[in-house]
Design a protein around this ligand. Structure first.
Ligand code: FMN
Length: 288
């Protein structure tokens, strides 16, 4: 009887020991698996990372954050730009000429936690603002998807996107979104389309028709061009050809315009104009 008891005790002890060992092995395997996957759990969310000096890019960044349900962080220079147009022109021009980039405060966000980062900036001298020059110098964004967004006086999305692609060869820099500072109120609706068309949020939008083939401008179209462009602080040139499309909101025009640079060389740009139903013509972007 006693030896039978001892037999069962021994069996239970061995079973218990085997269970402990198995649990330990399984836990270790799980730990190794976690380490192998980099340990960090990537956020499902995107990050909206932006610089803004006078608030236009900030308002687009906030709208993006709302529509994406994303995390958001503002980039800040250690020595802030003054917010005064002329002073910023002078400081950033000096920095560009000297090959200097402004020191930034450390980011709070862990970039490693995000696959998709929306990078926002004002256009300065036809490209991304100087604090973004520092950001891309200090981070290679390897393996990340970068979606640029910007605000500008007249344009700069295409040129700044090309500059980002050059600066970040290890990242995938997508086609982004840009809006004139004078039209940031339109950003909510335009972003809704941009995010859905590109699959960043769920949902569909009615596709916009293509522009008609470019034709020489009529007097009536030249008047629309003038109404949209003549109150801008810099001359935007003379319209030569135009393509059109009708949308649910009105009519869009795609003008080509010729202008002369300060050095006398002639260049052609594409200028997009929109005329909402019952609204005044306004230009949306100049693409050089
Ligand atoms: C130094 C400087 C350079 C600028 N250069 C351009 C430019 O080349 N093209 C343009 O369309 N707007 C230019 N702008 C206008 C800004 O892009 C525009 O005001 C922008 O919306 C400001 O964004 P923020 O309010 O987020 O700072 C420039 C502004 C500054 C201060």
């Amino acid at each position: 009887m006693l030896s039978l008891n001892r037999f069962f005790v021994t069996i239970f002890a061995v079973k218990y020991l085997i269970q402990r060992i198995m649990t330990k092995i399984l836990l270790s395997l799980a730990a190794v698996a976690l380490l192998a996957t980099g340990c960090t759990k990537k956020s499902e969310k995107a990050l909206v990372l932006y610089y803004s000096e006078t608030g236009s890019t900030e308002s687009v960044a906030q709208e993006l954050q709302k529509q994406l349900g994303a995390d958001i962080e503002k980039i800040e220079a250690v020595v802030p730009y003054s917010g005064n147009f002329q002073e910023t022109i002078e400081r950033s021009r000096r920095e560009m000429q000297n090959g200097e980039t402004p020191a930034l405060k450390p980011l709070k966000s862990k970039l490693a936690n995000y696959d998709v980062i929306f990078v926002g900036y004002p256009i300065w001298f036809g490209t991304y603002a100087m604090p973004i020059a520092t950001l891309v110098k200090e981070n290679d964004f390897e393996g990340k998807t970068i979606v640029p967004f910007c605000t500008f006086g007249s344009g700069g999305l295409k040129s700044s996107t090309e500059a980002l692609r050059k600066a970040l060869p290890k990242a995938t820099v997508k086609t982004g979104y840009g809006v004139r500072a004078a039209r940031v109120a339109a950003a909510g609706k335009e972003l809704d389309r941009f995010l859905k068309e590109n699959g960043y949020v769920a949902g569909t939008v009615e596709p916009l028709p293509d522009y008609s083939a470019q034709q020489p401008v009529t007097d009536e179209e030249a008047a629309i061009f003038d109404a949209a462009c003549s109150n801008y602080q810099f001359p935007l040139g003379t319209p030569v050809t135009v393509g059109k499309r009708s949308t649910a909101d009105g009519t869009d025009y795609k003008f080509t315009a010729k202008s002369q640079g300060m050095d006398g060389t002639e260049s052609t740009s594409t200028i997009y104009v929109t005329v909402g139903k019952g609204a005044k013509p306004e230009f949306t972007e100049v693409v050089r």
